[in-house]
Design a protein around this ligand. Structure first.
Ligand code: UD1
Ligand code: MG
Length: 452
């Protein structure tokens, strides 16, 4: 059987009160529409159809090659939205799985269960229901005395008795394709001027066809994001799910409630994540690391056995056994090789620090290369921004010893085993094995670095 997903994404999202289309709002580091597309990909290799309408261009750009967008020029309801897919899908699929793009917690297990139920019965379609104390404005499932679904009543149209029903329509369906295409055109125009997909229930009942249903295991799965309260609610559930996943993979999370891991992150086993830690974007962390507390890693690649303590890493890479913090800041292009130690209040940008480099206190290293085992004294600054308003590079050799408060005026280089005195202002290259002091720094004798 060929299964094609149809993702409904044309609605206005009015209640978000946002200039950003609702489906581009991120949770867990991914826009809502990407959650829907990732779910479709887990379900089937068939490209999903995405119905776009409101701010179609922006939503389409976010869908990209991952889905086939169909335009619903006027948003005349969920039934009308599915109708827009008929020309591209009719005769090309056996089952159509429809869901709204604003349901980031929906799981592939649930969709598969929906499909299995549909395939093993004779119903024209199977729908997903949720039983919840908070009805959230969802359509109510009306059943007869034999428990058959006979109607979906939208909240606005429901009688007081119907409003009390707690079994709700999650808005997720698996249709027999042929039946769907034959019956979509029979959906009547509602009083509100919309074509409700849910009116297919009445159409089936009228033909004495039974509608199958399954119910979601966890209520959170049915959360649809319509406003910012629900956005935060969905994110909190997602966060819980992600944290639990990494815990089961062998990661210690000291306080899940204050640990924020994007859906796009990966973490090795026996790593410990301390409270108030944010792991964002394409961040990858190896095994046996200790990350946090109070750290933010965004697109950071961290190898094994590293300690990151109260620090911020952005677009940076650190190899094994690196120690950073407290209060370190790695910016884009920072690359710390094995065993680098970067202590209090350091900032590194677009620089390579070779294995064993030590940078203990209050330093700025930008656009630089630092050789193996070199010691950078407290307060060292690479002055990379020239009078020509361009960035220049600093190169420091291996086993060098840069004295406290040295200013390196780039472009400049310091040779292997070279030393600078405290407070040196280095404006000219310092050859290997020599000691330079003063402002501007002059070579005074051969060096004998203490870290040799
Ligand atoms: C719909 C269901 C309701 C269900 C609820 C679950 C109908 C008539 N009602 O109500 O029973 O409990 O979902 O969330 O289906 N959309 C379009 N084009 C349109 C209208 C909507 O693409 O013309 C999309 C929206 O972007 C959204 C989804 O369809 O992703 C649902 O639309 P929405 O207006 O939120 O329907 P509800 O009133 O919530
Ligand atoms: Mg909705």
């Amino acid at each position: 059987v060929k299964i094609v997903p149809v993702i409904l994404a044309a609605g206005k999202g009015t209640r978000m009160k946002s200039e950003l289309p609702k489906l581009l709002h991120p949770i867990g580091g991914k826009p809502l529409i990407h959650h829907a597309l990732d779910l479709a990909l887990q379900l089937t290799a068939e490209k999903p159809i995405v119905v776009v309408g409101h701010q179609a261009k922006r939503v389409e750009a976010a869908v990209g090659e991952r889905g086939h967008c169909v335009l619903q020029a006027e948003q005349l309801g969920t039934g009308h939205a599915v109708q827009q897919c008929q020309p591209v899908l009719e005769g090309k699929a056996d089952l159509i799985v429809v869901w709204a793009a604003d349901m980031p917690l929906l799981t592939v297990e649930t969709l598969n269960q929906l499909i299995t139920t549909q395939r093993h019965g004779r119903s024209p379609f199977t729908m997903l229901t949720v039983t919840a104390q908070d009805p959230r404005g969802f359509g109510r499932i009306v059943r007869d005395t034999t428990q058959q679904i006979i109607e979906i009543v939208e909240e606005a149209d429901a009688s007081p008795a119907q409003l009390a029903i707690r079994e709700l329509n999650a808005g997720v369906y698996c249709f027999r394709a042929e039946w769907l295409w034959q019956n979509l055109a029979n959906i009547p125009l509602s009083e509100k001027g919309e074509y409700y997909l849910t009116d297919l229930v009445a159409i089936a009942v009228h033909k004495k066809q039974r509608i199958a249903s399954i119910s979601v295991q966890t209520e959170a799965e049915a959360i649809g994001v319509n406003n910012r309260v629900q956005l935060a609610e969905a994110e909190s559930h997602l966060r819980e799910r992600i944290n639990r996943y990494w815990q089961m993979e062998g990661v210690t999370i000291i306080d899940p409630a204050s640990t924020y891991i994007d859906a796009t992150v990966s973490i090795g086993n026996d790593t410990i994540i301390l409270p108030n830690t944010h792991l964002q974007g394409n961040t990858r962390i190896g095994s046996h690391c200790r990350i946090g507390p109070n750290s933010i890693l965004s697109n950071a690649h961290v190898s094994n056995r590293c300690k990151i303590f109260a620090s911020v890493l952005e677009d940076a890479r650190v190899e094994d056994n690196v120690q950073i913090g407290p209060f370190g800041h790695l910016r884009h292009g920072a690359h710390l090789a094995e065993g680098v130690y970067m202590g209090n209040f350091g900032e590194v940008k677009n620089s390579y620090l070779a294995p064993g480099v030590k940078l203990g206190h209050f330093s700025y290293i930008g656009d630089s290369t630092i050789g193996e085992n070199t010691n950078i004294g407290a307060g060292t600054i690479t002055c990379n921004f020239g009078a020509d308003k361009k960035k220049h590079r600093t190169s420091i050799g291996a086993n060098a010893y840069i004295g406290s408060d040295t200013l390196l005026i780039a472009p400049v280089s310091v040779g292997d085993q070279a030393m600078t005195g405290a407070g040196s202002i280095v404006t000219k290259n310092i050859p290997a094995d020599s000691l330079a002091v003063g402002a501007p720094a002059r070579v005074i004798r051969k060096s004998t670095p203490p870290n040799q």
